[in-house]
Design a protein around this ligand. Sequence first.
Ligand code: GSH
Length: 232
Amino acid sequence: MIKVYGHGPAFGLPDPSAFVVKTLVLLQMAGEPYELVHADPRKGPKRKIPWIDDGGRLVPDSTFIRLHLEDTRGVDFDAGLSEAQKGAAWGIEKMFEDHVYWLVVVERWLDRANFEKGPRIFFEEVPAIVRPLVLGLVSRQVRRSLDGHGIGRHSPAERQLLAERAALAVAQCLGDKSWLMGEAPCGADATAYAMISSAICPLFEGPVRRAFEQHDNLVAYARRGTARWFPG
Ligand SMILES: N[C@@H](CCC(=O)N[C@@H](CS)C(=O)NCC(=O)O)C(=O)O
């Protein structure tokens, strides 16, 4: 059975990492049973979660996990899509991963109240004596990543605008369809479902959550995904 290295359920989500949730959904779409194993991202081949262990072969990164499943299991996550739909699906997926994800990181890590309710749990395993030190180090690292990405250099008002435009873009693409590209989920739905559920996670408050919650079709979409992939 494929082992998925992630965090494990937290914040009322199957995993606090949307990339891990995406991977779990892809595995379900592929009909592959899996075991979710709690892991330290620093121990992974790319020092991030998720990675999988498929019979001894380690595959890090949710996109390469998808490609691995397509190569080794003969699954086509985009079966039935037109060329234009395949292109749009990949584009929407990468907007979530390289843009919306970072807006969510700002909401969870830089907002003090959200941090206390959320990411602080990641430090519970660190011995109490060094916890403040590690917490300070990791928080600085997160700020550096946000700065390097560029999202951290925008003002809160500019980030809010970007969150609203991203949510609007997805709401416009989805329209009244059940899934991004029609009445059956495609590969990008694994990402969109994971990222939208993460953005509207009720534990956190902020502009990203409000931006996505403004769209009834996105809220209904996230509920549809949870009922389908994580009914428990
Ligand atoms: N491109 C990667 C992104 C994975 C990712 O950003 N994982 C985050 C958790 S959501 C992580 O492990 N961060 C730890 C770190 O950056 O040190 C994927 O698609 O899997």
